[in-house]
Design a protein around this ligand. Structure first.
Ligand code: EPU
Length: 427
């Protein structure tokens, strides 16, 4: 078992490069199965969710080869299976993308209901509704989702809510369906556009990705491609908050500033300087932080995946801030951990009221999930004294080399291994 030990108080300075987007990569890897030829995917982040995706691809019979640290070649020509069992699916939410990919490729899929961060109930009813509109039947037995079709046909889908996973999944299957599919109330996140661009680069015919109506005309064959994944919006946003929280001055390189706008605007409102360049942003955290109200919304709104990080920053601000989580039922679990560090936050359902305390104090805490873990790192870097973060495997699901990147900016962070007995005694 490993944990991070952080000695807070250093103002982070320098430059950091952002890795490929997790939530694009975990969709693009399964989507590669739809190709009839090998594909090369560049700018893959080194995170455990990708390791799990590769294991699933290999279990299904795809040939997967890392060409270098960030480039992967996937040859899906000798697919032998259509089943993703619980032992693999439980490790990440994105295992649900094998439903759409396998359905599109061979018309049948058996995928165990997905795991991933516990953010409250996370049903996949909208995904199934979408597959049904494409003429696929579904059943769930023993936690396994079974999809089947004798002939995938285009259809019209109106999602009851904006769903990233549902939009991406239906888009994948619809690429190979006979005729036109129209998705209404589609998600507009940058990773949806990236997936559409990837599929189009293989010969798919997708229009409108990035708007709330996506039209997909099915094609018979998809061919090989070489494609580079977009930079990770949330990793970039997390480093922006880190720079602000430590009163630092950090150039965050290899980003698409447009994807960061909702974060930039809130940081500026809080008194943080954000300078935008073509493919980088500089964040300078000088002076006192001001309160702000935040409501998470689908893109282009403020991302739920940045909510724990910005809430942590608001604990350091002057005044009372209100944060409303409108995407997930239960994304404030990390608040108990921040309270251990001196934060003054009360939560009522989906609303948190944050009374700024100016300074946090180091404490032993744990990462409840991926972004909650990022929030603990931010808190630890800004706090007086030492913070120890347990359950960092959550953080490693989605942040590529975070400890190394932080150290290069002057952070005092170390990863240490705790013997299992010590952990048991501490319970
Ligand atoms: N929803 C349903 N039914 C469905 C699908 C979604 O009720 O069939 C609800 C969800 O319960 C939630 C809302 O709709 O309340 C939005 O869920 P969405 O489907 O958009 O989320 P997701 O696909 O499960 C992805 C990201 C999450 C990110 C959300 C929202 C991946 C692998 N995961 O999840 O990323 O928070 O979109 O942007 O892309 C993270 O990276 O930390 C993370 C949790």
């Amino acid at each position: 078992m490993e944990k991070y030990v952080i000695k807070g108080g250093n103002q982070l300075q320098g430059e950091v490069s952002i890795s490929g987007a997790k939530n694009a990569a975990v969709a693009i890897l399964p989507a590669a199965l739809l190709s009839d030829e090998p594909v090369i995917i560049e700018n893959i982040p080194s995170i455990s969710d990708i390791d799990w995706s590769i294991k699933i691809l290999m279990r299904l019979g795809a040939e997967v080869k890392m060409l270098n640290r960030t480039t992967l070649r996937i040859d899906p020509r000798r697919l032998t299976g259509h089943q993703v069992d619980y032992d693999l699916a439980k490790n990440m939410r994105a295992s649900y993308y094998f439903l759409g990919a396998l359905l599109g490729k061979i018309g049948v899929a058996d995928v165990s209901l997905p795991g991933g961060c516990d953010l409250g109930t996370r049903p996949i009813d909208q995904h199934l509704k979408g597959f049904a509109a494409l003429n696929a039947s579904d059943s769930v037995e023993g936690g396994m989702v079974h999809l089947e079709t004798d002939h995938l046909t285009g259809g019209r889908i109106y999602f009851d809510m904006v769903t990233v996973g549902g939009t991406a999944n239906v888009m994948m299957a619809a690429c190979k369906a006979d005729g036109l599919t129209i998705i209404e109330n589609a998600a507009k996140e940058p990773h949806i556009v990236d997936l559409a661009n990837f599929l189009n680069s293989m010969g798919a015919d997708i229009m409108g990705a990035g708007t709330d109506v996506i039209k997909i005309r099915g094609v018979e064959h998809l061919h090989g491609t070489q494609y580079s994944i977009i930079p990770d919006q949330i990793e970039a946003g997390t480093f922006m908050v880190i720079a602000a929280a430590t009163g630092g001055n950090v150039l965050i390189r290899g980003v698409i500033p447009k994807h960061l706008e909702s974060i930039t605007v809130k940081l500026q409102k809080m008194g943080v300087t954000v300078e935008e360049y073509d493919d980088s942003v500089r964040v300078i955290g000088s002076g006192k932080l001001q309160k702000a109200n935040i409501k998470t919304m689908p893109y282009p709104g403020f991302p739920t995946d940045m909510q724990p990080q910005i809430s942590t920053l608001l604990t350091l601000a002057e005044g009372t801030s209100i944060v409303t989580e409108s995407i997930f039922d239960s994304r404030f679990k990390y608040v108990d951990q921040l309270r251990r560090m001196g934060a003054d936050i009360s939560v009522d359902g989906k609303v948190a009221v944050i009374q700024g305390v100016g300074r946090l104090k180091g404490a032993p805490v744990k990462a409840n999930d991926l972004r909650a873990g990022a929030a603990m790192i931010i808190a630890g870097l800004a706090a007086e004294g030492v913070t120890e973060i347990e359950d960092i495997h959550y953080i490693e699901r989605g942040y590529d080399a975070i400890e190394k990147k932080l150290r290069s900016l002057g952070a005092d962070i170390r990863k240490i291994t705790i013997p299992e007995e010590a952990r048991e005694l501490a319970r």
